[in-house]
Design a protein around this ligand. Structure first.
Ligand SMILES: Nc1ncnc2c1ncn2[C@@H]1O[C@H](COP(=O)(O)OP(=O)(O)OP(=O)(O)O)[C@@H](O)[C@H]1O
Ligand SMILES: O=C(CO)[C@H](O)[C@H](O)COP(=O)(O)O
Length: 376
């Protein structure tokens, strides 16, 4: 049976809600030249590539490595988007890091000066010769030429660690995978696809953790949206990591970003939609929406725990979401169906990554005053 609880007044006093409405930050000045710059921070193996595929597909065309270039390039280019992997700005190669005794997560191992110079040049519409860190060989390959695109996406370990680079972003996203889930995903990938042993995977996660906590995790505080992936709360003491609780934490007052909401903006909503319109097998699906604080700042949170049995029924949930920046009824469902074989398509990771992609598309349209034609 579908259930919903809603509390509007206790969640947000009217005055606060009025301030929120007045804060809708639509940029009205003339279209800006140069690319719109988006950042995605996450640990490696946490679904950045999957996220990027979902996002770039919303701009049409296929994102592929530079034509005729190095097959081991980490760059993905489509008609409007260029995705740069920040591993290309490592200071040392694999041997160099052995000598320094530092991991690639350590800020000392990232060449932030070069990263800043090149992002600044791209922002000014200039092309750059960017290094390529080759993950197959562990050394730097000859540089590749990157032209200034319409939309520049920087993904990697440290997009927001350096203040100079951080200030150049139009929108900052942090993909926050909890340790338990990271472990489950890594086991799935590295054991099945790369033949690593359980012990070696455990050891590599443990070895990375202190540096991850010190150098990568703090970037959450600078992000406009954080997608947090946690174990489900629907199954007591679940340790399989298959059913996920995913939270989209959205900062208030971000320029050109109106946070999506469920049913009623500013209210606190708990919704179990498993009724006639949504098929739910055990353990079901639960949504939550409401205000909160994150690193001392006002945020709103959209949450989904559980997974869809029939993805096409997502349309029912979609019709209760607002401020989604879709261009036609059912666009979220259509996007999710398009990538239904990709990881996370039946749960909140796919849903919120798709939602994030739509918000980025709208942000780009507002800043550039160009229109993106949606794939019908
Ligand atoms: N939403 C998801 N749900 C379940 N598993 C996922 C999800 N996203 C990613 N994974 C798992 O994590 C693995 C890594 O995903 P992906 O290649 O997108 O990550 P990445 O951050 O780009 O990795 P790397 O930095 O190592 O290139 C996938 O093979 C998949 O097993
Ligand atoms: O964290 C990483 C990527 O985000 C890698 O560990 C880092 O880039 C070093 O790569 P490799 O292990 O191939 O030398």
């Amino acid at each position: 049976m579908a259930t919903m609880t809603m509390s509007a007044t206790c969640a947000q006093p009217l005055a606060a809600r009025k301030v929120r409405a007045a804060k809708r930050n639509v940029v009205t000045r003339a279209a800006r030249d140069g690319p719109v710059i988006i950042g995605l921070a996450a640990d490696s193996g946490c679904g950045k590539s999957t996220f990027m595929r979902r996002m770039t597909s919303l701009f049409g065309g296929k994102a592929t490595p530079p034509e005729g270039g190095n097959p081991d390039s980490n760059t993905l280019i489509s008609d409007t988007t260029t995705v740069l992997c920040l591993d290309d700005y490592h200071l040392n190669d694999r041997n160099g890091r052995k000598e320094s005794g530092l991991t690639a997560l350590n800020l000392k191992e990232q060449n932030f000066d070069l990263m800043y110079d090149q992002v600044k040049a791209l922002k000014e519409g200039k092309a750059v010769e960017k290094p390529i860190y080759n993950h197959v060989t562990g050394v730097f390959d000859p540089a590749e030429k990157i032209e200034s695109p319409d939309i520049l996406i920087l993904e990697g370990l440290h997009p927001f660690a350096d203040e100079r680079v951080r200030d150049m972003f139009d929108f900052k996203i942090y993909l926050d995978i909890s340790d338990d889930v990271k472990f489950a995903w890594k086991i799935q990938r590295d054991m099945a696809e790369r033949g690593h042993s359980l012990e070696s995977i455990k050891a590599s996660i443990e070895a990375r953790k202190p540096d991850f906590d010190e150098f990568v995790d703090p970037q959450k505080q600078y992000s406009d949206v954080i997608i947090q992936v946690l174990p489900t709360q629907l199954i007591p003491d679940d340790n399989e990591g298959k059913i996920l609780r995913v939270r989209m934490i959205m900062k208030e007052g971000v320029e050109n970003f109106d946070a999506p909401y469920l049913f009623d903006e500013g209210s606190t909503i708990s919704w179990i939609p498993c009724g006639r319109k949504l098929t739910c097998s055990y353990p079901g699906i639960k949504f939550f929406y409401g205000p909160d604080t994150f690193f001392g700042e006002e945020v709103s949170v959209l949450e989904m725990d559980g997974q869809f049995d029939k993805l096409e029924e997502l349309i029912y949930v979609e019709s209760h979401l607002s401020n989604t920046s879709t261009k036609f009824y059912g666009e979220i469902t259509q996007q999710m169906l398009k990538y239904q074989n990709g990881p996370g398509s039946n749960n909140g990771t796919g849903l919120f990554q798709t939602l994030c992609g739509l918000k980025v598309r709208e942000l780009y349209e507002r800043i550039s005053e160009k229109e993106v034609v949606a794939a019908a």
